[in-house]
Unconditional design. Structure first.
Length: 103
C-alpha cells in the first residue's frame, strides 16, 4: 500500500514518472493528484510525441482512491476479522500489510 502519511496533500500535486521511448515515439508520463479529505482524484497523463513528425497526442486516464493511513487500514482489517496484522517495510517499494483470516 502507499504510505499516505508521507504524502503531500492538496490539489494540483504533480508526480512525474519520466520519459519512455518505444517504436519511434516518446512518452512523457505524469500524474496529477487532487485531494478531497481522505479521497483523491488521480489523472494520469501520457503525452505521446511522434519523433518522425510534429504530431503529439495526450491521453488521460482518471480514477479515485482512498488515501488511508496504514494505521487506519490495519484497524479496518482487524474489524473485518483479520488477525496478526503486520506492516512490512523495506521489502518492496511500498509498505506491505499482511494478515490472516480464519475461514
Amino acid at each position: 500500500m502507499r504510505d499516505y502519511d508521507k504524502e503531500e496533500r492538496g490539489t494540483g500535486i504533480v508526480k512525474p514518472y519520466g520519459i519512455r521511448e518505444d517504436a519511434g515515439k516518446r512518452y512523457f508520463v505524469f500524474q496529477v493528484w487532487d485531494f478531497e479529505g481522505d479521497i483523491y482524484n488521480v489523472s494520469m497523463y501520457f503525452v505521446e510525441e511522434n519523433q518522425q513528425s510534429t504530431q503529439a497526442n495526450t491521453h488521460i486516464m482518471r480514477s479515485r482512491y482512498y488515501a488511508l493511513s496504514s494505521d487506519r487500514l490495519v484497524q479496518l482489517m482487524e474489524e473485518a476479522g483479520y488477525t496478526s496484522v503486520t506492516r512490512l517495510d523495506n521489502r518492496f517499494f511500498q509498505p506491505v500489510l499482511l494478515g490472516t483470516r480464519a475461514e
